[in-house]
Structure formats: C-alpha cells, structure tokens
Design a protein around this ligand. Structure first.
Ligand code: PGA
Length: 250
C-alpha cells in the first residue's frame, strides 16, 4: 500500500509565485517515487492555478456545508471537484477553533463524500493532560460519521492530530509513534462500532502534528499507519521532499 503524505499549507505561502515554486520542486520529486501518494492542500485560490500536476493530487483544506445557495465566502464541494481536488481536509482543529461544531463537520463530510472527494477527517484532543482523550476522539468520530452511509467508507481517511502536538501550538511537540499506534487501534475500533469490521479494517489512519524529517519514519513505520499529515515542514520543499523519500523507502 502506498503511504499517503499530505502537505497542509494552511494560509501559506503568501504569493502565487512562491506556491508555484514549492509545487514545482515537490512535483519533480514526487514523479520519481512510486510508493507514495503525494497530496498537496494549498489555500483555495491556488487550487486551479497549480497546473500540470503530474503525480501530485490536490486537496482542499475545507468544504462548504451546503452544495449551493447564497453563502457568501463559501466554496462548495462541487466547485472543488471542478478544479481538480481529489481530497478534502474536513474538521481540522484550526477550523474547529474558529467555531466549527461536530454537526457542521458532519455536514461538510457528507457534502465532500457526495461529490466523490476523498475526505480526510481530522480528530484529536486539545490538551495532552486530558485523561479522557480517547473518549473525546471517539465522540468526534461518532458525531462526524452519524448518518453517513456506509458505502462512503472507502472514501474516508481519519487523521489523528492531537491539537497540543501541532507545531503552531504554544507547546507544540510531536506525539510518539507508540501513542499513535495505540490511538490507531482505538480509532479503528470506533469505526468498527459505526460501520462494521470490513470498513474498519480498510480505513486508512494517518498521523499529524509536528512531523518533520527526524520523526517521520517512526510514524510511517507503525503497523496500521497509512501516512502523515504535514503542516509547517511541507512549506519547505527540501524538507518535504526528504519526508517523501523516507515514506517511499518504507
Ligand atoms: P504541523 O501541522 O505539521 O505544522 O504541526 C499539522 C497540521 O496542523 O495539519
């Protein structure tokens, strides 16, 4: 199975020129790597402009919760599909922080899946010290998947991203591969409760939070781990390309 490596550019870089430059460098590396599914999630406005994609797949960082209608500032899943987005990130903690509720995330997930977009559902607890954190993650997954038909299961990826581990967090430090391993089992069990065994067994589960060239290998090697979601380090083409090479060698 190819490792899924997703670059989440967030609200960067600040110019199209820079975006094209990073994209071109990553594209030429990705073209040589057969063992990696390379995905770049740029800001919306760059999506249709990053041309000749080669082996790189594009992802949206968000999707509107409605498919059409008068929603100022929103971008629908249909539009995203139309400009070549294969994937979409749904429910990232930075969107949750802006007020996205579990209900909104469920609707966004549904819209994205309905348009045939592979959807990366982000879940994760806020504080490292939260004792009940598996329970929090379970609730996030159950609420997001509630009412989502099982036939969508093959189009979902779950990203475990503990908020405290994200590099921009005040104490941001990566989680351990061992904890990711344990959480991946827990996440699979939760999906088993919702959709049954075969969907749970096939579910790709990836890790996100301060991934870099030093720690990527550990997260990519764990049994049952399907890949990684990379924020900050994905804006440095050299660093990101190194991560792609590491993934390709596993
Ligand atoms: P980070 O971001 O790699 O900069 O921690 C990951 C994410 O928020 O998706």
């Amino acid at each position: 199975m190819k490792k899924i490596i997703i670059a989440n550019w967030k609200m960067s870089p600040s110019s199209l020129k820079e975006a094209e430059s990073i994209f071109a460098k990553v594209r030429s590396k990705a073209a040589k790597l057969r063992g990696v599914e390379t995905v770049i999630a740029p800001p919306f406005i760059y999506l249709p402009l990053l041309k000749s994609r080669g082996r790189i797949k594009l992802a949206a960082q968000d999707v509107a919760q409605n498919d059409d209608g008068p929603w100022t500032g929103e971008i629908s899943a249909k539009m995203l599909k139309g400009v070549g987005a294969t994937y979409a990130i749904i429910g990232h903690s930075e969107r949750r922080e802006l007020g996205e509720s579990d209900d909104i995330i469920r609707e966004k997930l549904y819209q994205s899946l309905s348009r045939g977009i592979k959807s990366i559902l982000c879940v994760g607890e806020k504080e490292k010290s939260q004792e009940a954190f598996p329970h929090i993650v379970r609730e996030q997954i159950k609420k997001a998947l509630k009412g989502t038909p099982r036939y969508f299961a093959s189009k979902i990826i779950i990203a475990y991203e503990p908020v405290w581990a994200i590099s921009s967090h005040s104490k941001g430090r990566a989680d351990t591969p061992q904890n990711f391993f344990e959480m991946s089992i827990f996440i699979r069990r939760t999906v088993l409760d919702v959709w049954g065994k075969s969907a749970a067994l096939r579910l790709p589960i990836i890790y996100g939070g301060s991934v870099n060239t030093k720690n990527a290998k550990g997260f990519l090697e764990i049994k049952g781990g399907a890949g990684i979601l990379v924020g900050k380090a994905s804006l440095d083409a050299k660093e990101f390309n190194k991560i792609l090479e590491i993934a390709n060698s596993i």
